[in-house]
Design a protein around this ligand. Structure first.
Ligand code: WTA
Length: 705
């Protein structure tokens, strides 16, 4: 049985370990000390920093983070936990996020590049945008949002833009007016954007005609039309669509502009030339933005982040962990449409007056040497990416980094566990053995890093995120709320004992769901308003080693982490059900060499239909249009029936076992045990495939059912 086998230790399979198996039978990896040259210049050098942030120092220890910002009005209460688990930070304080990212740097850094935009087309020269110019463009856009789209403080705006400067410009213009932005990843479909617009109550959508991806011009504006239609069907009227042009002056989309609704930003901007907008002084707890993320139920959750707490937290973590100094050139390859981009391309780096590279395209275009050429040319010395990008660059161009003069002082990975092998390649080939690597574990909900080594202080250990951030106090609990002993080599649920300023304030429009999803599990006193009774439940499995390093195993809920991005299985399944022939759908994760996990789809047909490749294609297509290409399934399998419990619930765990060639375990209690073998033969062929062990998150997949 897969479970028993995984518990039996590494010894039995020592001869041929796959990376997936390493994830389960984890052997202790060797340590790498932080490079001395790095430590000497690090922002965070105090070896006593953990004492300064001990639990006994909560919450006043966080004053230090708040003090990194410029306030219009100082706060009176550092932390208000009186309505736990709904927290307020820096209460009484007022500030504006765009002022902290722009205005406050003008005196000293006016002439320094805030962003250097690199188009995907390598022939196009890179475009530096100074702090002065970014400030001007943000002001003009803010005036336009106010006057053309009639937006005011507190309104929500859905932004569906690619990785071009127009995206952070629009975000900061919103922040200047106290408008809550909700950025939807550009690669998500218009339908996704529309559902998020409806949930957030946005009457304005900001989009672009198109952009470049993998060498092709992608027509993006049709997505806006789909978004408006979906939002309308869900009861939300989007009355204004603001369309940026990828090449100012040219409108390159095939989609028509809708009279009275669509406005081309680049045509309107001349009217706003030299307009400045007084920044709105926002209460610290006012929402700065929403970022939707997938959870266990179909509807994505709008994680609401507060202006003061969030900004303080991303500024502090950017300073201490990313080690950003104003003299650095920093490049995070994530997309701004994810939380990593919000925190560590836009808000954190700009708050520290960094020069940040903004790259439009995919890392492997036109070849896997591209990131290294960009880094060499722009003198990037801080680099930030994901394990999936590392795996892909390593696979396609293992020796590419050695051809370039790379001088990274520190490099980050984020989004999913990184295999020690991939880590070592990153360290030796990309970092030339001279960069401090941080493996940062955190979530959309947490605003910024939770576990990571402190790059100038801690030893690195491949595969482990490391100790918690100063001020973060995790625990590993079993299902009954008992602490899993340190060094027991047993995984459990990672929780955070005390709040921190970067923690989201709530789920937009659904406070109950916030409480239920993140705090209910280990709360024993529902009436309590003491934060000590409400540990934050992250939904990840993790292991604590005797050295105090945390190793994250992955999600424990029905969320597939594809290439570092969370996709809700229920969302994918409902997309399948939009195909008329489909009766039932179940989506499970399978391990993938590059992406870590990819979804595999099982569907059964309504009576009267027969399986065909056309139906499979329709299902894949439905997922792409409803969610986006990122969710494209590895394969769609049409099965005679789904394995079900007696109460009729689909057993995804059984399907996940079949897809990952694991033993399915005991299925005799199912209502239709025979179908399991039929499906197994369909997927694996007649012969029984050798049982492998799968990563913890796949083994647990769907187990709650
Ligand atoms: C996973 C991305 C292992 C984890 C910032 C988490 C990681 C989910 C790491 C959040 C890491 C993120 N090691 N796993 N360094 N970083 N994860 O909300 O499962 O898109 O719960 O935020 O990614 O994904 P999200």
């Amino acid at each position: 049985m897969a479970r028993a086998k995984s518990d039996s230790g590494a010894g039995t399979e020592a001869t041929e370990l796959s990376e997936a198996e390493i994830a389960v039978h984890w052997k202790e990896e060797e340590y790498f000390p932080p490079p001395a040259s790095f430590a000497a210049q690090a922002n965070l050098k105090d070896p006593k920093v953990m004492d300064r942030f001990a639990l006994t120092k909560f919450p006043e220890c966080y004053r230090e983070f708040g003090e990194m910002l410029t306030w219009d009005q100082p706060w009176t209460t550092t932390f208000d936990g009186s309505n736990a688990p709904f927290y307020k930070w820096f209460v009484g304080g007022k500030l504006n996020a765009s002022v902290n990212c722009l205005d406050r740097h003008l005196a000293q850094y006016r002439n320094k590049a805030a962003f250097i935009f690199v188009a995907e087309n390598e022939e196009e020269p890179s475009v530096p945008i100074t702090y002065q110019e970014l400030w001007v463009r943000v002001n003009e856009m803010a005036a336009l949002l106010r006057d053309e789209a009639r937006l005011k403080t507190g309104d929500r705006v859905t932004i569906h833009l690619p990785m071009t400067p127009e995206l952070p410009i629009t975000m900061l213009a919103c922040a200047r007016l106290g408008i809550v932005h909700s950025v939807v990843f550009g690669g998500f479909s218009g339908e996704s954007a529309g559902r998020r617009a409806a949930d957030s109550g946005s009457r304005v959508l900001v989009t672009m005609d198109g952009y470049y991806r993998n060498g092709k011009f992608t027509d993006h504006k049709p997505g806006a039309d789909a978004a408006v239609a979906i939002a309308k069907a869900e009861g939300q009227t989007v009355d204004t669509v603001l369309v940026w042009q990828r090449h100012p002056g040219k409108y390159l989309s095939q989609a028509k502009l809708v009279d009275g609704r669509d406005k081309v930003v680049n045509e309107l901007l001349p009217k706003y030339r030299r307009k400045t907008v007084e920044p709105v002084s926002m209460p610290a707890e006012a929402p700065l933005f929403l970022m939707y993320t997938s959870g266990t139920t179909g509807r994505p959750k709008g994680c609401q982040h507060a202006t003061g707490g969030y900004l303080a937290y991303v500024t502090a973590t950017s300073k201490w962990i990313q080690d950003i100094h104003p003299t650095d050139v920093y490049w995070c390859m994530a997309d701004i449409g994810w939380i990593t981009g919000h925190s560590y391309i836009v808000y954190g780096p700009l708050a520290l007056a960094a020069t940040s590279v903004l790259y439009e395209g995919i890392p492997t275009f036109p070849d896997p040497g591209r990131p290294w050429r960009i880094a060499e040319r722009l003198g990037v010395n801080i680099f930030h990416t994901s394990p999936t990008a590392i795996r892909q660059l390593r696979k396609l161009g293992p020796e590419e980094p050695t051809k370039y003069d790379l001088k990274f002082k520190t490099m980050t990975t984020v989004g999913e566990p990184i295999e020690p092998e991939a880590w070592r390649w990153y360290f030796t080939k990309v970092g030339k053995g001279k960069a401090a690597i941080t493996d940062t574990w955190w979530q959309t909900e947490t605003g910024g890093f939770l576990c990571t080594t402190k790059p100038g202080l801690d030893r690195m250990k491949p595969g482990s995120a490391g100790p918690p951030m100063p001020g973060i106090h995790p625990k590993i609990l079993d299902e009954n709320g008992h602490e899993v002993p340190v060094g027991s080599n047993k995984a459990g649920n990672i929780v955070i004992q005390s709040p921190w300023p970067g923690l989201m304030s709530t789920i937009w429009g659904d406070a109950e769901r916030y409480k239920k999803t993140y705090f209910q599990k280990y709360n024993t006193k529902p009436a309590s308003h003491d934060w000590r009774d409400w540990p934050y439940f992250a939904g990840d499995g993790a292991l604590l080693a005797p050295d105090g390093y945390y190793r994250i195993l992955g999600r424990i809920d029905d969320v597939i982490n594809v290439a570092g991005h969370r996709l809700g299985t229920k969302e994918l399944e409902s997309a399948c059900l939009t195909v008329p022939e489909i009766a039932e759908a179940a989506v499970v994760p399978v391990t993938d060499e590059v992406k870590g996990r990819v979804p595999e789809v099982y569907v059964s047909l309504k009576p009267g239909f027969t399986a065909s490749p056309e139906i499979e294609k329709k299902v894949a297509h439905a997922i792409e249009t409803e969610i986006g290409k990122i969710a494209r399934p590895k394969v769609v399998r049409i099965v005679p029936d789904m394995p079900k419990t007696r109460s009729g619930k689909i057993m995804r765990r059984v399907l996940a076992s079949i897809s990952n060639t694991m033993d399915v375990g005991d299925v005799t209690t199912l209502s239709n045990p025979d179908v399991v073998e039929q499906i197994r033969v369909l997927v694996q062929g007649k012969a029984k495939v050798v049982t492998k062990t799968a990563p913890e998150d796949i083994k647990k997949f769907g187990q709650a059912e």
